[in-house]
Design a protein around this ligand. Structure first.
Ligand code: B12
Ligand code: SF4
Ligand code: SF4
Length: 372
């Protein structure tokens, strides 16, 4: 233990985070200056029903407080947070670039892969990849500071990561609600290490100002109206929610807007000028799989449960589930208006699964309406 070091300082924290494989990092003293504002925004978002069926977001403690609204509620010992950013931008085309409606779109963040111990390329999942990096950062800090309390989270912890990232000076919240780093853009994952270490007060970074200006490309491009106002999303309308989080049948009025997105959605980031010059990530553990870029709908439809497991085991795509992906594929087929999908859809229209059945029946109707 280094007895000279009493405070965690931003330079040291960021350097260590970069050594552990992150593209960028910031440090925030807790509670931070804008915690009450952010807690109010989160509370209002939940009260408006914008979280839909994602019940884990609206969990309350015995005192009735929303667990996620303030870091101090679940983690009263937390004095600082190191917020890390891992770039996942890559060379592949944008979702908005293709006009081939017979191909689907899987969100860029889910393309990742790495070479396994046997030398084979296998799907990777950012949750696991980045948690390992956060744990190594945690271990390095323990070497330096000795005993202290800490928790490492990538996506799944009870914290609003984008609020912490903004407070840590990593970027600003765009009108599409994404955290935008001024140099790296928004195709980046966030990972948070909460610690009981006091952070040096003079290390507080100046918060980055909003650089969206008069732009509103994301609001105009969102096909389902999920961005209900600048900086505000109703997740129940977002294609990412519908294709990944929402289980079962999707309302017919929502299916047309989903276009060809079969897992997640990148539209409001693909149109964002801040992603145009963003550097390409070189990350062996998050290497894009070409077969997931503009995948043919017919290929996705042809996967049976076993081959689905082979292709997606270890990948974030597995979260949607086999039948969920079939449901999403059926909707994309309907939106393609391509007659060639009719026989596959007729088969699915008799499925025992309500989500798939209703999607396939809706899709057949779209195709029939086009041909009549
Ligand atoms: C639930 C969730 C979703 C939901 C809801 C998304 C949402 N906008 O709230 C759904 C399923 C739709 C979703 C989609 C996606 N998600 Co998501 N998601 C989460 C999760 C688990 C919680 C988010 C949350 O608490 N939302 C509630 C709202 C209130 O909070 P927020 O939007 O995160 O926070 C900011 C804004 O709301 C803003 N705000 C609110 N009101 C106002 C008003 C004004 C004036 C201003 C300026 C700001 C403002 O303040 C908050 C802080 O700055 C986080 C991980 C985590 N633990 O935080 C990942 C996370 C936000 N998701 C992530 C990703 C990658 C995605 C997708 C890109 C995946 C995809 N390609 O399909 C899309 C992006 C869609 C989008 N435009 O946001 C990343 C975001 C990285 C980044 N650079 O921003 C996160 C951080 C996961 C991670 N660890 O990397 N996600
Ligand atoms: S991810 Fe897609 S559906 Fe969701 S807000 Fe962005 S453009 Fe709209
Ligand atoms: S598209 Fe424009 S308004 Fe939307 S987040 Fe990017 S810069 Fe901001």
């Amino acid at each position: 233990m280094d007895s000279e070091v009493t405070f965690l300082d931003v330079g040291a924290a960021c350097n260590l985070a970069k050594k552990c494989g992150f593209s960028e990092a910031g440090l925030v003293v807790l509670p931070h200056a804008e915690e009450s504002r952010d807690a109010n925004r989160f509370t209002k978002w939940i009260a408006n029903g914008h979280a839909g069926s994602m019940q884990y977001l609206s969990r309350v403690n015995d005192g009735g407080d929303l667990v996620r609204a303030r870091v101090a509620t679940p983690f009263p010992w937390a004095r600082s947070a190191i917020v890390c950013f891992a770039n996942y931008h890559c060379e592949a085309p944008l979702s908005t670039a293709t006009h081939d409606q017979r191909s689907g779109w899987i969100a860029r963040y889910a393309w990742s892969s790495q070479i396994d111990a046997r030398g084979e390329r296998r799907p990777s999942d950012y949750h696991k990849v980045l948690l390992k990096r956060l744990k190594s950062l945690d271990a390095k800090l323990h070497e330096k500071f000795g005993e202290f309390e800490s928790r490492a989270y990538v996506d799944t912890g009870p914290v609003v990561e984008r609020a912490l990232a903004t407070a840590a000076g990593l970027g600003w919240t765009g009108k599409n609600t994404c955290l935008i780093h001024p140099k790296l853009g928004s195709f980046g994952f966030l990972a948070v290490l909460l610690t009981s270490l006091e952070a040096s007060p003079e290390d507080k970074r100046a918060k980055l100002v909003d650089r969206c200006g008069t732009c509103r490309r994301c609001l105009d491009a969102c096909p389902t109206g999920a961005l209900i106002a600048p900086y505000q999303m109703d997740a129940t309308k977002c294609i990412s929610y519908l294709t990944i989080e929402h289980k079962g049948a999707i309302a017919p009025e929502q299916m047309a807007g989903m276009g060809r997105q079969v897992f997640g959605c990148d539209i409001c980031q693909d149109v964002c000028p801040w992603n145009r010059k963003a550097p390409i990530a070189v990350d062996a553990e998050l290497h894009p799989r070409q077969e997931l870029v503009n995948p043919a709908l017919e290929w996705l439809a042809s996967l049976d449960e076993r081959s689905f497991e082979r292709v997606f085991n270890g990948s974030p795509v597995r979260r949607a589930g086999f039948l969920g992906m079939r449901r999403n594929t059926a909707i994309a087929m309907g939106n393609s208006r391509d007659q060639g999908f009719a026989s596959r859809l007729r088969e699915w229209a008799e499925s025992a699964d309500e989500g798939l059945r209703s999607a396939a029946r809706w899709a057949l109707k779209q195709i029939r309406n086009t041909s009549s």
